[in-house]
Ligand binder design. Sequence first.
Ligand code: GUN
Length: 281
Amino acid sequence: MTVVIDGKKLAQDIRVEIKAGVDKFRSERKRDIGLAVVLVGDNPASQVYVRNKIKACEEVGIKSYSEYLPANCAQNSLASVVKRLATDKNIDGILVQLPLPEHLDAEKILKLIPTEKDVDGFSEENTGKLSRGEDCLVACTPNGIMKILERYGVETCGKKAVVVGRSDIVGKPMAMLLINADATVTVCHSKTADLKGECLRADILVAAVGKTKFITADMVKEGATVIDVGMNRNENGKLCGDVDFENVKDKCSYITPVPGGVGPMTITMLMYNTLQAALRR
Ligand code: GUN
């Protein structure tokens, strides 16, 4: 019997726990926890993400500070906003929504976020610590996936995990987390020689490719756990993942749907990271 993972329900459960942590913080430290969200331009997907992040803050009692800048804003205008937030005592976490417009240097902007406020877990120090298995702020999507595996009792120790996709935001940190959880990890990408063969060996298969129905039933081992990070739109504009869900699901022990799988967990982990950042300050 396949278990379809209910990411929405799990995210709600964890948000209740985070809210309790946020309330305790407020009563002990006599201040609110603050998250600054910076959005440049009018990318419709980014606008939706930012709106959902602000909504999640309200839900758990974190104070959100939004900074909206026009698409044509200059590098130094954005830099001065981030620098101001970096020294603002009311701000525990800073998130600059990506992608930034082409003319802006995202790397340079992200470097202005102090490590301790890097709730995206993108900084060199946080990614370095993650690769050493040290305590740090971890990128939200892979961290949310680890929470899913943990809460659903999916064993990672000694298991073969295959991550398809090598992005800095998902694929690489996902691989590190799985290694730290004692899995044997393979990372596949567009140049992988035998993608199907690699996927077929996976006890845990994480798809983070960005292509609809990229993972088909013939690539999945019987009884595998399949985690779908894809957020694609099909020809009708409907949100769908990287996995051919209908045909894959009956082969799996566990599978995440899209929507309602990994997505709700990502924003929840942003709230989790913001609470962690506040507690550490
Ligand atoms: N754009 C898409 N995903 C993310 C994310 O996790 N963090 C930020 N800052 N921007 C994104």
